[in-house]
Design a protein around this ligand. Structure first.
Ligand code: NAD
Ligand code: MG
Length: 408
């Protein structure tokens, strides 16, 4: 058998340095990304890094990677950041505009890993200049998915899914054409309350919700995983990334988190991507794309794992997933409202203002109110989507006292 040529035409490009920017560099995804960049040595140069308010961590990264620009979202921290970078020649800025500037500066590749809809404008700034954007920040697609993907298409930006399930789908989709796809399946660990009765889930504490069985992640996504709102956000994320309808996206609970996503094709072949639950694997896929780079995750040892198990998600105990499908089917601004209400609900739960079970109730009540008062109309622009997001947050905040009272 003759040897298959190893994409020799690409060799010149492979040796080229990739210039990267990391938005949300101090977070969980940011940390995994910087770890891979560090391991990559000369292969990468870091143009810019951003953070919300942790000046110390941001300045440490900026110095280590000799970045050209560092942005802190919290404007009150500019003085501290300037002082921390004094004498380095690293430019810095503060506020949302500075985070957007970081994304807009020339680089080949941008990791969008801000948490929440706050990451939408910075991610768009990278998309609009045609960068390759590794998207971890799912909320930005849930808030304004159609507009986001349209902008990417217009600018010729490649959006690479960094979320593990969507990265799995992206890899599996390479086995066939879009017209040959019959459905996709994303897996869910089921979170810490997978086997809990509904009454216990309703009363779950913050500490219990923060104990994820398989993944170590930022606080918001960890709470979302416990409520399965995260899987709901991911269903909507998949719909936008791959132009799928709600009926083409299935969710399967798979407690071991080894299979991350599967694509079923017309001939009933199912192609899956597997790996240890370590976000550095999907991020490495994005960072190297279209090549493969060395990944530091543990090798998959299926014999040691022994069994992979699967369950149908229980929409009664995890109403967040049902609400996400409803928002996706309703279309227009419903998903924007769903995301905004969930962000408010999670913040209220973290502040111990509401019980865990009230997260989904607040989202459902906000969706109903926004549907009847016209808030959930179709956004014609990103600014309109952000206005819907803003109004939905106000509705959720106004409903919060009633919901909190019901809980006690
Ligand atoms: P995190 O809370 O650990 O980090 C968030 C980062 O964004 C931090 O650097 C923070 O400083 C910054 N940030 C927060 N609010 C900001 C604001 N208003 N303006 C500017 N910067 C802000 O979160 P994470 O777990 O790294 O998740 C980041 C995103 O990636 C989320 O959208 C999450 O859903 C998604 N994601 C995370 C994981 C994971 O394993 N952690 C997996 C898949 C997808
Ligand atoms: Mg995920």
């Amino acid at each position: 058998m003759s040897a298959v040529p190893l994409r020799t035409a690409d060799l010149g490009r492979t040796e080229r340095q990739r210039v990267v920017t990391v938005l949300g560099a101090t977070g969980s995804i940011g940390d995994s990304t910087m770890d891979l960049v560090r391991r990559g040595g000369d292969r990468f140069r870091v143009e810019a890094v951003t953070a919300h308010s942790n000046v110390e961590a941001l300045a440490k990264l900026a110095r280590e990677f000799k970045v050209r620009f560092a942005a802190i979202a919290d404007e009150s921290r500019l003085g501290e950041l300037r002082a921390a970078l004094a004498g380095t020649g690293i430019a810095c800025g503060a506020g949302e505009a500075a985070v957007i500037e970081a994304a807009a500066r020339p680089s080949d590749w941008v990791m969008a890993a801000v948490s929440g809809a706050a990451g939408l404008k910075p991610a768009l700034a990278a998309v609009d200049r045609g960068a390759t954007v590794a998207l971890a920040n799912k909320e930005c697609l849930v808030c304004a998915g159609e507009l986001f993907m349209e902008r990417a298409l217009k600018a010729g930006a490649q959006v690479l899914p960094a979320d593990s399930e969507h990265n799995a789908l992206f890899q599996a989709l390479a086995s066939g054409n879009r017209e040959e796809l019959s459905r996709v399946i994303i897996t869910a660990s089921g979170g810490p309350f997978r086997t809990w009765p509904v009454e216990a889930i309703e009363q779950a504490t913050l500490e219990q919700a923060l104990k994820h069985p398989n993944w170590t992640m930022g606080q918001k996504i960890t709470i979302d995983s416990a409520s399965m709102m995260n899987k709901g956000l991911e269903v909507i994320e998949a719909a936008h990334l791959f132009a799928l309808s709600a009926d083409e996206i299935d969710v399967l609970v798979h407690p071991q988190s080894i299979i991350h996503g599967m694509v079923e094709f017309a001939d009933r072949s199912v192609v899956a991507q597997l790996g240890a639950p370590d976000m550095r694997t999907p991020i490495a896929h994005c960072l190297g794309w279209p090549e493969r780079i060395q990944g530091p995750a543990a090798r998959l040892d299926l014999a040691a794992i022994g069994q992979l198990t699967f369950e149908v998600p229980d929409l009664k105990r995890f109403p967040g997933l049902r609400l996400a499908y409803e928002a996706l089917r309703a279309g227009k601004g419903a998903a924007t409202v769903f995301n905004a209400a969930n962000e408010v609900a999670v913040a209220a739960f973290v502040a111990r203002q509401i019980k865990f079970g009230m997260i989904a109730r607040l989202v459902e009540a906000t969706m109903a109110a926004a549907a009847s008062d016209g808030t959930a109309r179709a956004p014609a622009s990103v600014d309109e989507a952000l206005a819907i997001d803003h109004r939905a947050r106000n509705i959720a905040a106004s409903l919060l006292p009633q919901i909190a009272a019901k809980a006690s």
